[in-house]
Design a protein around this ligand. Sequence first.
Ligand code: AGP
Length: 614
Amino acid sequence: MCGIVGYIGKKRAVDVILKGLSYLEYRGYDSAGIALISDNTAHIYKAPGKLSNLKEILSLEKEENINANIGIGHTRWATHGLPTEINAHPHHCNCGSLTIVHNGIIENYKDLKPDLEKKGCKFLSQTDTEVAAHLIAHEFADTKDLLKAVQNAVKKLKGAYAFCVTHKSMPDRIIAARKNAPLIIGVGEGENFIASDIPAIIEYTKKAIYLSDNQVAEIKTDSIKIYDENDNLIANKVENLPFEPIALSKMGYKHFMLKEIHEQPDVVRNILIDKIKSEDLAVVLDDVKLSKEELTKINRIQIIACGTSLHAGLVGKYIFEELTGIPVDVEASSEYIYRNTIADKNTLVIGISQSGETADTITAIKQAKEKNSHILIITNRKDSAMARLADSLLPINAGIEVSVAATKSYMAQLLSLYLLAIYTAENIGAKENNLVKEIKKELLTLPSKLETILNDTKNIENIAKKYSSFKNFIFIARGINYPTALEGALKLKEISYINATGYPAGELKHGPIAMLDETMPVLAVLNKGIVYDKVLSNCEEAKARQAKLIGVTNFIDEKHKNLFDDTVIIPEIPDIVSPALNIVVLQLLAYHISEYLGKDVDQPRNLAKSVTVE
Ligand code: AGP
């Protein structure tokens, strides 16, 4: 969602900020803006659309106006008001002295606005953020101290925010504040940085302070002071940032999504190292902070997540129930919250999130925490807000994922769930059987099977081209691959904007079959296993309605050879591990359709990589 970059130091702030914002483009945005302070004047530039529009405006500006050493920038993902220039950040007070960039939603902005209007504030935009600009400006008029003004103002704000504020009369400082939205302060020498996420600043520094909720920071060229919610100065906790700038390169691939799809064999290898040494040895998972005795007492598991992470959770349900016999509920975080969920100290609550910053999941986890359940977080960002809420933290270590469409993080989430389920089964003695062994053996061979698919994608590319003009798609599967159908459909719709829906294959005849004709391709995922014949029958039913059929399978016998219009044959794999292989075909199919249609693969419209508002 919105991206924030702030800079104070000796460099040209505009360069650092624009570059930083470009590294945050993956978060999703629809307008951009920057405020620079030079000669005791705040110069504000904003543009709807891509960052290139803002750069264009800046290129026409007089050098003396933009040659500043302090500034704040923003990419906006619209929540309140259209993505227009007027609604773009930075926002400012009426005299233009105070500027603010904000990520989050100020929920009580409508309550605060009338009072500010009575005091003479004129509102120009439809945003919630502008209320904060006026509120802080009023506090500043009273205190003449920007830090104090922000500290006073945040006590009146409700909702979520990460923001940076400057004042033209104090060009030696930026004030930053955070509550339920990410913000880090990059620590430099003779310069400091502020950003929503690491990529914006990693080129300049590998040291950062993660601002916590309700903290306010005063950032100058050579000092950073952090204050808690009671305005007490607290000690700085400087941490090393977890990755190198190279992680942000496409490494010769046309898009980050394609690069990330191809990274999956290594992601799997990386996650298995030291955890599964051989099929005969128990899984080692030091990150699980539950004793054997505590694990044995777990009588219920709840998995909460959103989007792709939710689909990983649905696969997790099948694995856990099969291996441990413990009942598992999987729920979208946004549905889990604001009702009386049933959980207690014997419930294991698993939160799954690539970013670790998804607001719905954070709220759900906080709700579960109140029930004294053990909170286990599976995330790609061990520096995230969600990671900080964990009793047990399982980092998936997939490396930074830049493409908005999640691919390698899904793979790593699946792997983490396999490991966790096996670990639980082995510790509670639920299954001392061949299935656990077989899964371990198969996981160890997964990287090479993934490579078999990735090394020859011509057939998938041809199918993508052939079907790219269809406006609708249905994905079907059963059992453990039903979530694969959901995830395949999500991938296709988010990057190609084609209407795609995943169904349990057996549900087709209960309604969706009415939509079938030659204009509605049906993609079926069918693995040799318990539901194979059933899915084949469902495919026959679809064929009988003239639907074009694509089969993704590891087995096709002579008599069904002509059933499918197109097939993708994947390597042999047992049903229970097959979601980790099948999904790669669907990722590639979605990628090539989107690429063929000329869509913005890595930054699809309206979407954000970290969804930091509820
Ligand atoms: C995935 O392709 C999507 N961009 C989206 O559904 C995503 O999975 C969802 O927003 C959850 O994000 P998280 O994993 O960072 O919590």
